[in-house]
Design a protein around this ligand. Structure first.
Ligand code: DUC
Ligand code: ZN
Ligand code: ZN
Length: 474
């Protein structure tokens, strides 16, 4: 089956060109001048992209479908969450398999694979959360690398749950250095944060806003600095997840300026939301915006610094940390955010975003003049493909690449709302936000899975991605 996407402007991380794209089966077989002779005749299907951008499908390298957290589960399943991702122009996710204390790394991986297998609407890979570093887990890292899971996430936060101490972190980093795998870090000083939380509760400070206030930016920048020092000591590649503090970003910039293989991402919630207008909302509304790292104060200028970091490549990726919890009871999972009424420490941490990211970065980045079209694609697709061993199969429009393609209409004005999204969560953090640009058609490996408001794919279309070891240096 051959598909031709004609008349559009192809945008990659490098080029913006008027071109037709010819697909055979699952891959792109040719890119040619508009109206290339004979292509329309041989195509079984022609998609008219006149006036539209033709871009690589988005890659979100940080999602948590069905994550058990804070006494409940993230409300999107692999089925609902990946379908929503497709509507938002994302054709690949990398989710996190979890090893809990006392369990083997491989058992954790197998459990997550079983949850995702035959459920996903788009292609998927896994990072492994190593929650219990010991001799066995270190040697099991080799097994997972052979299975295409080439990145391991550690937590400096959440003592007693996912937390690893500096010794364990160093051991895991040494192993990662020896195997060309990536260490991903949740960089917050969890020990210090726990003290601040306890003291806030003792003072009777129980509202959602205290979640943000008890995780001051120094707890993020200190941990980021420590992670960099340990990675340098081990000779490991480091990728710091969900950065929200400008001081932490300065640590990343300094490390990169020294030539260290240090990478970092931020997420839409840190670029668009703030304490004053969101987390500090009346009553319990602020719980919608409780996540870790936290949303920070507008007046402290973190957002401008993060956007600048995205523009200058101090930050390389925008992911989502998609981890939704409902404000009212979920029909199957029951009480979610409201577990924390009267005690902010019990609010499950996380926000939805997997459907929003690609479009929001277009709007806030390109439309509002902070980055150009090519950087939009690099931040939301290409860089993640390179950093996490999927390039050039994923992350670009090139001959031989998977035909994961989004036809994007840059001229549509619309308003974001829970009433139009497909994520299984009962609110939108961006409710009422007026945006420009909309995903129109989405192809996964050559097959149209989204056409406007219609879903044409099937559960299980998505395939597991065997990822390569790390080969990026900077
Ligand atoms: N942060 C969140 O907000 N949710 C899930 C895990 C995390 O680190
Ligand atoms: Zn995290
Ligand atoms: Zn996360």
């Amino acid at each position: 089956m051959k598909t031709l996407i004609s008349g559009g402007t192809v945008v990659t991380a490098i080029d913006t060109v008027a071109a037709d794209v010819l697909i055979d089966g699952e891959v792109i077989i040719a890119i040619g001048a508009p109206g290339t002779h004979g292509w329309a005749d041989q195509a079984d299907k022609v998609i008219d992209a006149t006036g539209k951008y033709v871009v690589p499908g988005g890659i979100d390298p940080h999602t948590h479908m069905e994550l058990p957290f804070g006494g409940t589960y993230a409300s999107d399943t692999f089925e609902s969450g990946t379908r929503a991702a497709a509507f938002g122009g994302t054709t690949t996710i990398i989710d996190f398999a979890v090893q809990v204390k006392g369990e083997s790394l491989i058992d954790g991986f197998d459990t997550w694979m079983a949850k995702a297998e035959d459920e996903c609407a788009i292609d998927y890979g896994f990072h492994m959360i190593a929650g219990d570093i010991n001799e066995q887990s270190l040697s099991d890292m080799d097994v997972l690398i052979d299975r295409g899971c080439t990145s391991f996430k550690l937590f400096m936060a959440y003592p007693g749950v996912f937390y690893s101490d500096d010794g364990d972190i160093l051991r895991a980093m040494q192993k990662a250095a020896a195997t060309d795998s990536m260490i991903m870090m949740h960089a917050e000083n969890g020990m210090a944060i726990d003290v601040l939380r306890e003291q806030a509760l003792e003072r009777g400070e129980t509202d959602p806003v205290h979640h943000s206030l008890t995780r001051p930016s120094v707890t993020e920048s200190e941990a980021t600095h420590r992670a960099i020092v340990l990675a340098e000591l081990a000779g490991a590649h480091l990728y710091v997840v969900h950065m929200s503090a400008k001081e932490a970003l300065e640590e990343i910039a300094e490390a990169r300026d020294k030539g260290l293989p240090v990478f970092a991402e931020t997420c839409p919630q840190y670029l668009f939301l703030n304490v004053e207008d969101h987390v500090a909302s009346e009553g319990f509304e602020g719980a919608k915006y409780v996540c870790s790292t936290p949303i920070r104060k507008r007046e402290d200028g973190h957002q401008d610094a993060l956007w600048m970091g995205l523009a200058t490549n101090d930050l390389q990726v925008v992911s989502t940390d998609h981890c939704p919890f409902c404000m009212d009871d979920h029909p199957i999972l029951g009480t979610q955010k409201q577990l924390g009424v009267g005690d902010f420490t019990k609010i499950p941490n996380g926000l939805p975003g997997v459907e929003d990211r690609f479009q929001l970065i277009y709007h806030g980045g390109v439309v509002e003049g902070r980055i150009d079209l090519n950087r939009w694609i690099e931040l939301t697709s290409t860089a993640a493909a390179k950093i996490f061993g999927m390039y050039p199969k994923k992350g670009t429009i090139a001959v031989g690449s998977d035909a994961d393609i989004v036809v994007f209409d840059p001229d549509i004005d619309w308003t974001k709302s829970v009433s139009q999204h497909h994520m299984d969560v009962d609110y939108s953090p961006y409710e009422g936000k007026e945006v420009k640009g909309k995903v129109e058609t989405v192809l996964l490996r050559g097959t149209v899975i989204v056409d406007g408001d219609e879903y044409l794919g099937q559960k299980g279309d998505g395939r597991y991605l065997q990822r390569e070891r790390v080969s990026v240096h900077h």
